[in-house]
Design a protein around this ligand. Structure first.
Ligand code: SF4
Length: 74
């Protein structure tokens, strides 16, 4: 799972950074900078709260499909 933000819908409340400081920091204007790495199970629980708490629904949690490290041999 990874966290994403819709930059058009976000109004810089900063709530997401309070709920998930492990993966979200704020820029100088209060807009979130999201660490888009895959989240641990513990972080996913916090990320769900952050996504649900976003007042503009700008934040969403997405399941990322596993990508093979190398392409299969021909
Ligand atoms: S809680 Fe939502 S609106 Fe507020 S900064 Fe985070 S993504 Fe933007």
């Amino acid at each position: 799972m990874a966290l994403h933000v819709d930059p058009i819908a976000c109004v810089a409340h900063g709530l997401c950074a309070e709920l998930l400081p492990e993966a979200v920091t704020l820029d100088e204007w209060g807009y979130p900078i999201v660490d888009e790495r895959l989240l641990t199970e513990e972080e996913v629980r916090h990320a769900r709260r952050a996504a649900a708490g976003c007042p503009t629904l700008a934040r969403r949690l997405e399941r990322i499909a596993a990508v093979p490290a190398e392409p299969p041999p021909p």
